[in-house]
Design a protein around this ligand. Sequence first.
Ligand code: ADP
Ligand code: MG
Length: 367
Amino acid sequence: MATDFAVQDTPVLQLNHVSRVFGDGRIIAVDDFSLDVHRGEIVSILGPSGCGKTTTMRLIAGLDEPTEGDIRVHGRSVVGQPPHRRNIGLVFQSLAIFPHMSVHRNVAFGLRMKRMAKETIDRKVEETLDLVRLPHRDYAARMPSQLSGGQLQRVALARTLATEPSLVLFDEPMAALDRRLRDYMAVELRKIQKQLDVAAVYVTHDQETASAMSDRIVIMESGKLIQSGSPVEIYERPANRFVAEFLGDINFIESTAIEDGENGSRMARIADGALAIADGDGSRRDSGTVFVRPEHVALSQQQSATAGLCGEIVEIQFNSGFYRSRVRLSDGQDILATSTDDSPLKDGIGSRVWIGAVDGRVRVLRP
Ligand code: ADP
Ligand code: MG
């Protein structure tokens, strides 16, 4: 799935050690942030509210200027250039659809600002509406009040894409949509972005949206870039506890020793048993924290070479097709497990189960 971007290509966007400080230096909204985005690549900046995402987007767009660092588009510094000279498209949370204008006029807006000929504008509006799957003949004359939330998203997207920007910035444009529509739009947006081969930066605090549509996710916390990688890398190999927790449910388990097992394997001693840890993960030491996602925990009613940790079931929930159980170890630690298979749970709360994990999915948390 990894996309290869030719190394020799100049990135469409480069942030080099960008900082933005507010209020006499007391608020560091963006802190020494560096990032490259290539043609055809969609990068999500993912982080909690207040971590500096919107400020970063405003700096790229030219709505604000960095206090330090450089921002380049196609290799040229744009610092000090007004927004309309940067050839960057924006789709922000508010969408800013004009309620008194038809869909056609909304999409034509940016083109009219560029003083294009009417025939050119009409052709581009038609093409772009088709691209976002709002066929011109059905939708061009409609007013925004006659559209659903998802359709308004498409109008906002069409209005931005019609001007053919080389970079498109999205700042949580789908935050107001419900989960299902958001997931659908995320996939649609990615398709359109790939079709146009533009560079895109998508800002969100929603890890599912980020995972569904991005080539790369950049994790931001307190203005800083914490980790950058593919959605799978970030999920499977989080750089720290913050990233691990931000991306979904996870078990952190304290082990009393990391030691060598059989055939070169490595084991984390936990309570009165052990779990095998991923190859090459963690050196021998007295204690440490390991982590495993609940869907990678494997429960069984029998002890085996791969299920060598015993616990008692203390909670079972059924949740849209998945059984979610909590198992308590002899040292009092709880492990969360999710599975579509309820057979290990059939003796119910209070019964004993053996805990293992999908091969390679237990990792040592870097200290
Ligand atoms: P996010 O979009 O990730 O929620 P923001 O970029 O909006 O975060 O804000 C990052 C930090 O910068 C917050 O602490 C916010 O209060 C602060 N901030 C943003 N804009 C300004 C401003 N114009 N003046 C002072 N502080 C600001
Ligand atoms: Mg924001």
